[in-house]
Design a protein around this ligand. Structure first.
Ligand SMILES: [Zn+2]
Ligand SMILES: [Zn+2]
Length: 138
């Protein structure tokens, strides 16, 4: 389990029932939900929660740095609670499921000096693509 609720509390974030539901929906491993998916799951727990509240709450969690925005293939942005541990993504080209993965080695160090063009590099992202076990059997 991720510790999103604990992290948000630790940041002194005022925990209303609506914010708590959004944080609970996002809690866990390999969670990468669109805002609409977060809203649908939040409504199941707290029927009166509005889409605007969910969107605002997600935006605040991203501003705090406790949730990441992940963009894949120009599809809707996804929200990822695994913000404290650097990771990359493994995406199924069939169903779009996403796993957090940890390639070995340092992605930044892997770029040769001759290809840095004088840039001071601060981050690197890699997306692995393939078919998940269910899709590769279809
Ligand atoms: Zn799949
Ligand atoms: Zn992730």
């Amino acid at each position: 389990m991720s510790d999103l609720l604990e992290r948000l509390r630790g940041r002194g974030w005022r925990m209303t029932s609506q914010r708590r539901v959004v944080a609970e929906v996002l809690d866990g491993e390999h969670v990468h939900l669109t805002a609409d998916e977060v809203h649908a799951r939040a409504v199941a727990r707290l029927p009166e929660i509005s889409r605007a509240t969910v969107y605002n709450t997600l935006g605040e969690m991203v501003s705090l740095g406790e949730v990441l925005e992940v963009s894949t293939d120009g599809r809707a942005k996804r929200y990822d609670p695994n913000a404290r541990h650097a990771h990359q993504h493994l995406i199924c080209s069939g169903c779009g499921s996403i796993r957090d993965v940890h390639p070995q080695g340092d992605l930044i160090a892997a770029l040769p000096a001759a290809e840095r063009f004088g840039y001071v590099i601060s981050a690197a992202e890699v997306t692995y693509r393939g078919l998940c076990p269910s899709c590769s059997q279809a």
